[in-house]
Design a protein around this ligand. Structure first.
Ligand SMILES: NC(=O)c1ccc[n+]([C@@H]2O[C@H](COP(=O)([O-])OP(=O)(O)OC[C@H]3O[C@@H](n4cnc5c(N)ncnc54)[C@H](O)[C@@H]3O)[C@@H](O)[C@H]2O)c1
Ligand SMILES: O=C(O)C(=O)C[C@]1(C(=O)O)C=C[C@@H](O)C=C1
Length: 308
């Protein structure tokens, strides 16, 4: 185990974009930490073995987690319960169980129900791409990104500190919040934006007056950016919406009111209302960049820079 590594052995369950990025990150930033991994899909296990993502990739989840000090569930949020049930009775004593799911309240409930005696500290690295699968991951995915942990109030400090140190070793900045607050924040910053992208790309492809070839031909700029988001994994996003229903519906209601306001401004030629809103939104974009959080370009560089 390297000096900095907070866990001597980790088991990763689910070897898609996020699981394979964690595996690559552990190899690069915590050399010496033993990695075991499992994926329910045999083809993914084969690919992961070929890529050398872990020291051991057995054919059952129970074997993968048997000796792990940290178990990280990296499966779609709707599969968390099933993945956790596969581990029941197989966890090492004192193992810490965490996850990377994009919604937290329902995931925590599913993990608790499946593993009532386990020490669980849920997590969510707010970093990703529109790609999925074991070949899409890269070691630097979490660098400079936030990772949100949502421990219970009663959780002892030591495991939370160890998990914080783990994500920091992968390059992330860590913040703690309640699962409920997480779900409300992410509904605004991630979930509804994805829904809007899915909706506009679906609308464009349904338009009768504009042919599909025109949509493709003229998809520069704005629409093209939406198509990147709308190419994100259908299973992952179906599960996120079904598991963060309440917060997403609340934000959608607010959005609908704001869109109606814009409709009215356009109809009545209220240029000031449009100008004021667009000025405010431009300022938000600029403050995100000033905080170093915009990095389509940086990310592109990272992915191409990443030899792992
Ligand atoms: N993609 C992103 O941008 C992103 C970012 C942050 C967090 N997340 C979260 O990470 C999780 C994984 O997302 P991803 O993008 O890596 O998805 P992915 O589709 O790339 O990988 C998911 C993997 O989980 C496996 N799997 C499904 N059910 C399983 C089970 N019961 N047991 C074992 N393996 C199982 C699948 O075979 C697949 O290989 C999701 O919960 C998602 O919300 C995703
Ligand atoms: O950059 C992207 O492609 C993402 O969609 C990443 C993104 C996000 O919305 O910011 C997507 C889902 C997550 O759970 C966390 C991060």
């Amino acid at each position: 185990m390297s000096d900095a590594a907070p866990f001597s052995s980790v088991a990763i369950v689910g070897l898609g974009l996020i699981g394979s990025s964690v595996a690559r990150g552990v190899r690069r930033y915590m050399p010496g930490v033993r990695i075991a991994a499992y994926d329910a899909d045999p083809a993914v296990r084969d690919t992961a073995r070929r890529l050398g993502l872990a020291d051991n990739i057995p054919d059952t989840a129970a074997e993968a987690v048997a000796d792990a000090a940290l178990v990280i569930l990296c499966v779609p949020v709707g599969a968390m319960g099933a993945a956790a049930r596969d581990l029941a009775g197989a966890l090492a004593p004192h193992a810490l169980v965490t996850d990377v799911g994009g919604s937290k309240e329902s995931v925590l409930a599913a993990l608790r129900a499946a593993l009532p005696d386990a020490l669980i500290v849920p997590g969510h690295p707010v970093a990703g791409t529109e790609h999925s699968g074991p070949e899409a991951g890269f070691a630097t995915l979490f660098r400079g990104r936030w990772c949100i942990l949502t421990p219970d109030e009663g959780t002892p400090d030591a495991p939370v500190a160890a998990l914080r140190a783990f994500w920091e070793a992968l390059g992330a900045n860590v913040e703690l919040m309640t699962p409920r607050h997480h779900d409300r924040v992410l509904a605004v910053t991630s979930h509804v934006p994805h829904l809007i992208a899915y909706a506009i790309v679906g609308t464009a492809s349904d338009l009768e007056q504009v042919t599909e070839s025109e949509v493709i031909k003229f998809s520069a700029g704005g629409f093209r950016d939406f198509t990147r988001i709308a190419a994100s994994d259908p299973v992952m996003w179906r599960d996120v919406f079904l598991n963060n229903r309440e917060a997403v519906l609340e934000i959608l209601q607010r959005l609908t009111e704001d869109v109606t306001m814009l409709q009215r401004a356009i109809r009545w030629g209220d240029g000031d209302a449009l100008f004021d809103l667009f000025t405010r939104t431009r300022a938000i974009r600029r403050s995100i960049i000033a905080e170093g959080q915009d990095d389509a370009a940086v990310d592109f560089g990272r992915r191409h820079d990443d030899s792992a």
